[in-house]
Design a protein around this ligand. Sequence first.
Ligand code: SF4
Length: 326
Amino acid sequence: MLEAIDLVKHFPVRGSDALVHALNGVSLSLAAGETLGIVGESGCGKSTLAKVLVRLEDPTSGRVVLDGVDLTELRGRRLRAHRRHIQMVFQDPYSSLDPRQSVGAALDEVLTVHGIGSSDADRTRRVAELLDLVGLSPAFAQRLPHEMSGGQRQRVGIARALAPEPRVLLLDEPVSALDVSVRAEVMNLLVHLRSELQLAYLFISHDVAMVRQISDRVAVMYFGRVVEQGGWKSVLSVHGGDPLHPYTAGLRGAVPVPDPTVAQPLAATVVGEVPNPVAPPSGCPFHPRCPLAEDVCRTALPPLEEIRDEHLAACHVAARSLTGSR
Ligand code: SF4
């Protein structure tokens, strides 16, 4: 249904010829009703990817295809008509809402922009339905953002994303800014809405445990690239999972496992810093931090390729050890 094809996004650095390499060729796909988790450290390009997918940012190159239509070629009304099918939920519900606008007015505005509802009364009824969908009473339509808790604000953020009746939600760290006690409630709401409305999710997070909880498949991003992709059980599960890329193994190993039958720590964690995005390392961008790096890793970029059934990785060593082909 949704496809990203070789997306590149470079931002110019003001006052110089340098470029920030935010996305360096990301390809992935999302099927109807599926949840694809995107995981990686801060600065790996996850949020830029989401913004390019909804065309809040134009890609430097590459394509975003929804149901066979290339969104990167659309402008104006035609773009808006297609974009209603992909909506975004932001990390910080407070800054994504207008502090002077009531919840009802914010939702009504989205409905109006997308031509949903034939009258004021129709839209008022729809606003109440949206609030009910996210577990809020109709009285919340009168509230201003500062009159709600963080969890309530994020529920409003989700209602606003649902207002245009999308088929895909891009959830960019949707629970990271919430208190721990509220996170589970919002995660449960997202799971409920997914089956109730048959939505597809791109769930973006630095939190391996959250991605593991909600995803069907997982894409691990590092330095603006997907370095591993597969079913969540193969990539992130602590019971039988077997990540192929040393970066994924480090991310997975850094998460405590709430299970006394699983030995801890699981694996080495990732050490060192993400490289400077203005000066990408040669070869595999992970080589300055990789415990398995070899000479070839410093000169040749490993392609993302299928190493096991529907389990892809971009790593010279993983490819050689599993296929014996190099
Ligand atoms: Fe490490 Fe080399 Fe694999 Fe990159 S290609 S992850 S440096 S072993």
